[in-house]
Design a protein around this ligand. Structure first.
Ligand code: WTA
Length: 655
């Protein structure tokens, strides 16, 4: 056995084919795989016809590894594809967004015609403020319609948006502004969180102290919070929009015009400015949106419950759905703004048909109890999706039963900021889904699972996920750093894109994601994925969430340390932790194998998470190995790690 193989020990044999009715009406029919495989580039070229081009491309792919160009002689405008063409086709009165406020009872309905008028005004306003083609504009805004308007207006005039998640600190914002030399910032006075303003403008003021090139800041008034004002630099959104015409004649740009930069963390402290261009990215978003979410333009109400500050929001709240002319719900608040059943109320009120969210949110909703979704009418839902991390089978089954009423296909979609759009996923009318598996490459996408030497592994074996052919939505690089782009993604396995994720092929050849490579543990020579152990723990009826890390161990190389949060009722019932901890260790031994039995289990009320909801295993590893803690600034609650370190000292069972 080569070193790279993972012990794929967790068995999952359940499988759920789509209903005959869903399958019969699905946008993707089984022939799609063979059609795309026959000539992937030609297939992608037909997908590019989902877009409106000024000059349709006659070229498809130009590939100078690792630099791709797609459809390069085509000319296009992203905002025209999202707006003008729908209005021109008589769809101006169709709702683009039902915007739902953090505050219950408040909402805004925005049609395609209205959105186009807002974007035209904003394009005129930004032009007047000096924004030109190719300029970078930082966007630091909460989940409000103006965020979409800003992005589309920037794209419309050929400038580049760099959206920075509004939960990031002033430091994180300034380093991103500086890295891509943004000269403009669009922000808001504050975000609304559980009915209370959470300030944003002060972070911009602080960030800009180290960004002398920013001369212009546009501020949306969201909450009316008191803010500091820099005369000459700061402009109220309403003041700059009011005098503008709601007509704007768009220019068309080459397909490879840069559309967006999205920063993502790498292994060093310096964030990577992943950039995407226009024609290929939009083609990828449009095709995946159509087939994976099985978009039905006349009946769908799509709700991607993600933040626009992440790539999921870019591709599946903004570009994919708008290109398709979809009607969406866009929700400003937290899952429990106004009560723990807020999501179910929104689905019921707006008759949401498709829901796309992250496993961590699903587990939170699960923790809050089955009776909340059960007390609302969720029968409008026809399809569910997940993204962002491996979903444990228990959460998947809970989602299927309690949200999907055993009646909705679930698409577990694997992709990354770098990939632009979804890469590995079930197709909802075709795939018999398995709880926890992303299953199959999307048509036209070639992925493989390889061992240390880059050789394809067999069925039933694990290794590293790679992409073996260029695809339209692929990042064109790291902004300003082509060398880092090559080194990070293209040198580990020559000729292949290295995603950094572990994966296994099950005996049927279906793909399961096993978490980031650095989440892979080596216990007595057995490679085990943290995810598999977490799945086992979460499979215990008392466990709500689990994070597992490999900590160094004198005898076994690495040993498993598990951080576990309990369900509310279990927390109340457990006075003496020792018997439960032992029960959990035995449970893992039974579910996976005795080699997977955690050395230590620490019961903790909370886990450290990034603002996008990913558990920070790196920090937990530091805690488990008693190392000084690294950077905690990207956490939602930096105090959680110290609390856990304290728990480890006092109650971690070790034997
Ligand atoms: C993880 C989010 C398992 C993975 C779109 C990837 C997943 C990273 C899945 C990218 C999934 C995303 N199953 N793991 N369905 N989707 N991931 O850039 O580790 O925020 O490399 O993009 O999330 O995160 P990013």
């Amino acid at each position: 056995m080569t070193e790279a193989k993972l012990e794929a020990l967790l068995k999952e044999s359940r499988s759920f084919p789509p209903s005959a009715a869903f399958a019969a009406n699905a946008n993707a029919q089984p022939s799609i795989y063979a059609e795309a495989a026959a000539d992937p580039q030609a297939w992608w070229r037909t997908q590019a016809d989902r877009l409106t081009w000024e000059h349709a491309p006659t070229t498809t792919l130009e590939w100078d590894l690792p630099f791709a160009k797609w459809f390069s002689d085509g000319t296009i405008n992203a905002s025209v594809n999202c707006l003008d063409r729908h209005v021109a086709a008589g769809k101006g009165d169709k709702v683009a967004y039902y915007w739902v406020s953090d505050i219950e009872g408040e909402s805004r309905t925005i049609t395609y015609r209205e959105l186009l008028a807002m974007v035209a005004k904003a394009a005129n306003a930004f032009t007047e403020l000096g924004v030109k083609r190719g300029d970078r504009v930082a966007v630091y805004l909460p989940m409000i319609p103006e965020t979409v308007v800003t992005m589309l207006a920037i794209a419309r005039i050929g400038a580049i948006h760099s959206v920075v998640f509004a939960g990031f600190s002033a430091d994180a914002l300034s380093s991103r502004i500086l890295d891509s030399d943004c000269q403009y910032v669009v922000t808001a006075d504050a975000a609304m969180r559980r009915g209370t303003p959470s300030p944003l403008k002060p972070a911009v003021d602080e960030a800009l102290q180290s960004c002398p090139n920013v001369k212009t800041v546009v501020v949306v008034k969201r909450t009316g919070a008191d803010i500091n004002w820099v005369e000459g630099r700061d402009h109220w959104w309403d003041d700059v929009m009011a005098p503008q015409s709601d007509q704007h004649t768009p220019e068309f740009f080459p397909a490879e015009q840069t559309l967006l930069i999205m920063y993502t963390s790498g292994t060093t402290a310096k964030p990577k400015g992943i950039f995407h261009t226009t024609g290929g990215y939009l083609t990828h978003c449009a095709a995946t949106y159509h087939y994976i979410f099985d978009h039905k333009v006349d009946t769908d109400i799509m709700w991607t419950a993600a933040d626009i500050g992440w790539i999921t929001g870019h591709s599946y709240i903004v570009y994919g759905p708008l290109v398709a002319g979809a009607t969406q719900v866009m929700y400003e608040g937290l899952p429990d703004s106004g009560g723990r059943d807020r999501w179910w109320k929104i689905i019921e009120e707006f008759k949401v048909t498709k829901l796309y969210t992250a496993p961590t949110t699903i587990r939170t909703l699960m923790k809050w109890g089955d009776d909340l979704p059960a007390s609302h009418d969720l029968s409008s839902l026809v399809l569910l999706g997940t993204v962002g991390e491996p979903i444990n089978p228990e959460a998947w089954m809970w989602y299927r039963k309690n949200v999907g009423r055993d009646n909705c296909p679930i698409v577990d979609t694997w992709w990354q900021t770098e990939t632009g759009g979804i890469m590995v996923t079930p197709l909802p009318g075709i795939t018999a889904t398995k709880p926890g598996a992303a299953m199959t490459p999307f048509p036209g996408i070639s992925v493989d699972v390889v061992d240390n030497e880059g050789h394809s592994v067999g069925n039933g074996e694990g290794g590293y996920l790679v992409v073996t052919a260029p695809w339209p939505g692929m990042t064109r690089g790291i902004y300003g750093d082509p060398e880092r782009f090559k080194a990070t993604y293209w040198e580990r396995f020559p000729g292949m894109y290295f995603a950094g994720d572990g994966a296994k092929r099950d005996p049927d050849g279906d793909i399961w994601l096993l978490g980031r490579i650095d989440d892979v543990m080596n216990i007595s020579g057995h490679r085990l994925s943290t995810t598999e152990v977490e799945h086992a723990l979460v499979g215990h009826p008392m466990v709500a969430e689990a994070a597992v890390v490999g900590a160094s161990d004198e005898t076994t190389g690495q040993a498993i340390v598990a951080f576990v949060t309990l369900k509310l009722s279990a927390e109340q019932a457990t006075q003496d932790q020792a018997p439960l901890i032992e029960e959990l260790r035995q449970h893992v031994a039974k579910t996976i194998s005795p080699i997977a039995k955690p050395r230590q289990i620490i019961l903790t009320p909370d886990l450290p998470k990034t603002r996008s909801g990913k558990i920070m295993r790196r920090l937990l590893r530091d805690v488990a190995e008693h190392r000084t803690l690294g950077d905690v600034t990207t956490l939602t609650d930096p105090t959680v790690v110290n609390m856990i370190a304290g728990l480890l000292e006092t109650n971690g069972s070790e034997d």
